[in-house]
Design a protein around this ligand. Structure first.
Ligand SMILES: C[S@@+](CC[C@H](N)C(=O)[O-])C[C@H]1O[C@@H](n2cnc3c(N)ncnc32)[C@H](O)[C@@H]1O
Length: 213
């Protein structure tokens, strides 16, 4: 998998960003050592950014689509209001059970609800008005998740979508990969949507910030 950002720059940026809390460092190390798809984890730099955004927004309700081993959920939970909750959706039983174990050990454990199953089926069943949403599951589902979530996002609320540069494949003159095509179509769709403002950050694999007007 191609890394878009130069490794030295990335290391420098990590060095001058805050350290991960110990439990997050443990999830990161555990995932790197035990999971065949460890590259999917947000990582330290993006993780600190998610935490910073959440602490600025101080959300009452956070939705995450794509839990994996729980790393990004715990970053986002750092900004939750004391009475708030974070809902995270994961389709793979094994990853959900790994995440649950880490959630139980976290100070945010009681505020996190993990939903096991297909995101498109679960999102409409959650009766909340979202302040912050992180879309980070199957790339071909992004557009559907966006359209499901936007009407339930509060005015001024934020959607973050990960991997929107898709390893640079969105730059190909003729995009061939199924995931890159879906991501490019998603980026086009959101850019044309008058209901939102966007800022595409070249952080890691590309992070799209979408604010509801
Ligand atoms: C890129 S990983 C998420 C990484 C995580 N957010 C983090 O930063 O540590 C994507 C996750 O989405 C899950 N997923 C894929 N398709 C899904 C679907 N249709 N519904 C729910 N989860 C799905 C995958 O099993 C995987 O664990």
């Amino acid at each position: 998998m191609q890394d878009l950002i130069d490794e030295q720059i990335n290391l420098y940026a990590e060095r001058y960003s805050s350290d991960e809390p110990p439990l997050l460092a443990e999830i990161n190390a555990f995932t790197q050592a035990n999971h065949p798809h460890a590259h999917m984890l947000s990582g330290r730099l993006q993780g600190r950014f998610l935490s910073m955004i959440s602490r600025l927004l101080q959300p009452a309700y956070i939705l995450e689509i794509g839990t994996f081993t729980g790393y990004s959920a715990l970053c986002l939970a750092e900004g939750l209001q004391a009475s708030g909750s974070l809902h995270t959706i994961e389709i793979r039983k094994e990853d959900a059970s790994t995440a649950e174990k880490f959630f139980k050990r976290s100070v945010y454990g009681d505020q996190i609800r993990l939903h096991l199953g297909e995101a498109a089926g679960i999102i409409p069943q959650l009766p909340f008005t979202w302040d912050l949403v992180f879309i980070d599951a199957d790339k071909t589902g992004y557009l559907e998740y966006y359209e499901l979530v936007l009407p339930r996002l509060r005015k001024g609320g934020l959607i973050l979508a990960d991997n929107v540069l898709f390893h640079g494949q969105v730059l190909e003159s003729e995009i061939t990969g199924k995931n890159a095509k879906a991501i490019h179509a998603f980026n086009e769709h959101v850019k044309a949507d008058k209901r939102v403002d966007t800022s595409l950050l070249t952080l890691r694999d590309g992070l799209l910030l979408i604010r509801k007007n």
